[in-house]
Design a protein around this ligand. Sequence first.
Ligand code: MV4
Length: 499
Amino acid sequence: MIRSLLVANRGEIAVRIIRAARELGIRTVAVYSEPDRMAPHVQEADAAVLLGPAPSSESYLRVDRILEAARSMDVEAVHPGYGFLAERAHFAKAVSDAGLIFVGPDAGTIDAMGDKTAARRRMKDAGVPIVPGLVDAVRDSAEAAAAAEEIGYPVLLKAAAGGGGKGMRVVEDAAALPRAFDAAQREALAAFGDDSVYLERYLDGPRHIEIQLLGDSHSNVVHLGERECSIQRRHQKLVEEAPSPVLTPELRKAMGEAAVRAAKAVDYVGAGTAEFLYQDGDFFFLEMNTRIQVEHPVTELITGVDLVAWQLRVASGERLPWSQEQITLTGHAIECRITSEDPDQGFLPSTGVITHLEIPAGPGVRWDGGVQEGYEVSLHYDPLLAKLIVYAPTRIEAIDRMARALDELVVVGVETSATFHKRVMAEKDFRDGQLTIRYVEEHPDLLEPAVDEEALAAAAVTAALLEDRHRRARQAPRIGTTGHGMSAWRRGARPGAWS
Ligand code: MV4
């Protein structure tokens, strides 16, 4: 087993990795930027090394400084987390060239999955269903037009070097193709330094469902079921859950087996995710993420498998101990990404010092956090403050548990996405499991402050009563008041509950 690990990340995922490492008896080294000097990941590691000033380009993205820290602290392995350097093949290569263990797949696998057309070709050859379309880039708009006729409109132009939605263009008909092609090429070049584009049939309103994979260095791969990630806005996921409310055991098995074929086709080692689009009983491979994902806890809760611990164990050469049949899914888990963004202002980033933080607790509640009271939220990094994850026997119980946990959460100092999440937990289509990647745009009310007329009226009455009581108390001191009036002001109080 690895005995020491450098965690090349920050925030909640760095804390998560440090926790797994400690349980395995692994010594941990954190790295940090100047403003993160007192951050939780620095405090929880056994040692910490300063990388540089706040900007990521001068700290968490500095491969040279990270490798120097690894050398000076004499660690054996490096865990990249997600984001930052996690899916940069050059980083994986630099780590192994330095004689260290990279906790993740090798540079070749990261590269193979980074090129979308090459990945599609490989997946098609491996018998993994892909969205109908091309497996090669097109040279010009005439070639694109010919392909589009064959695929059938609407089609979607995508950047071959892409991912994450950049350089994507929906094309409704042949007349719109030439301009869309030029725009997609330009955007692909700007975003990825490569103007190659290809096309697929456009799916209108599918679900985003992904399969968690684990592979070891002895050619074993298992899947750990799916996560439903349809609730997103501008390619940022907001709520994830496991299992998906739509998958039958048969579909889960078919999708899981396809994902395992995908992983085996690239000799996958470590934790990875196969992303699919799902529509009307059909599923299509989209891309493979060669990292631990933000939403991994929902899978951990329904499988009982510690994914980060297993990343470290397979990186140490251990064998996965399960056959596929031994992986079972129990109960339901939901995750809300608590970000420093204001849902009532179009998810505008919010900054400031967190002056007060009350973390939800109680049965079935998990908090994967990366901030504490006194922490200053800036614009330098991703707005994810923490993940609130709940587990319950059934989906509806998990939703009600999440609503309860969100009511317990208090963050003072920055606005958070929690107001949005509360609205989602109460929304009918969500509760019915009616989800597509267009869920947020199709429910614009979720992005507006809900005026609760009843609560407003109750608050006004309470204020009047308190004022009246206060006046009487002044006039006739020492006449007993119950003091119960104030309890009406507790968080999440419902009108009627205190009358
Ligand atoms: C699609 C699609 C519809 N049809 N491909 C967006 C990011 C990139 N990874 C793939 N994406 C999509 N590909 C076809 N053929 C719709 C999306 C898409 C999407 C996919 C997953 C999660 C959220 C999304 C939001 C908008 C569009």
